[in-house]
Design a protein around this ligand. Structure first.
Ligand SMILES: [Zn+2]
Length: 255
């Protein structure tokens, strides 16, 4: 792929920026910044900064400051500073500083929390709005219970996108699929397997939270994802994590 950098170390000097991709080997000097993407390997030297994404492998020497994203792997030498997201694997020598950031979708207050729509972040409001829009396309002639869902999900490259879904009922009843699962399938189909925030809306009173099937499916791709649940247009938003909705769950790491 990147023929000219095969087996060659790309030295990134002061004031330079470099995005390292598949097969790239980099060496970031003081004052340089490197974005290390999937398949890249390299060293951050004292005074350099950068971000390591899923599938990258790095070493941070003393004095380097690196943001390690979900799925990155790194070695932190003495005096290196690593800001590690959930899911980053860091092998830290004594004297290295590893700061674990809570995942942005994780909230600090355990249990469900009532919030007003206006207090949601701009991104959360967008996700909720997409869920409302999707609920208008629900096919629910049997229950007359339209539900909309939208999922903000991340792919392996660290890109995020919002996928929506609605319930699709079936004359057989058993063939019915919920809104959460139609959105989940769409996200996974497009390679977005890390769910971060999920909105589920239901205009009918009293409405409800995700069913058991959906909790299990959401758990597969986002145990720590936030669930924003809106039961009708008048009420506030109930905030959960998937883990709170499905405690002590069976998941991919159970096998
Ligand atoms: Zn469901």
């Amino acid at each position: 792929m990147s023929t000219q950098s095969d087996n060659k170390v790309r030295v990134v000097r002061r004031g330079q920026g470099f995005t390292a991709g598949e097969g790239d080997i980099f060496r970031a000097q003081a004052g340089a910044t490197v974005l290390a993407k999937r398949g890249s390997t390299g060293v951050f030297l004292n005074g350099s900064t950068g971000t390591a994404y899923e599938g990258s492998n790095f070493t941070a020497e003393g004095g380097a400051v690196v943001r390690a994203k979900y799925g990155s792997m790194g070695k932190a030498r003495k005096d290196a500073v690593i800001v590690a997201d959930y899911g980053a694997v860091i092998d830290a020598e004594p004297g290295a500083r590893v700061v674990h950031t809570p995942d942005e979708e994780q909230h600090v207050v355990p249990g469900s929390v009532k919030t007003e729509f206006k207090d949601l972040s701009a991104v959360e409001q967008e996700i909720v709005q997409k869920a409302w829009d999707a609920s208008k396309r629900a096919y629910c002639p049997y229950s007359n219970f339209p539900v909309g869902a939208a999922i903000l999900a991340e792919n392996a490259a660290g890109e995020t996108k919002i996928f929506d879904g609605c319930n699709v009922e079936n004359a057989s009843y058993g063939g019915t699929i919920c809104a959460e699962r139609t959105a989940a399938v769409e996200a996974v189909k497009q390679g977005y397997r890390k769910f971060k925030t999920i909105a589920v809306v239901c205009a009918k009173h009293p409405g409800g939270s995700p069913c058991g099937f959906c909790r299990q499916v959401l758990r597969e791709f986002g145990l720590h994802a936030t669930v924003l649940n809106i039961f009708n247009t008048e009420s506030g938003v109930v905030r959960w994590t998937v883990e709170e909705l499905l405690p002590d769950s069976f998941g991919p790491d159970s096998l």
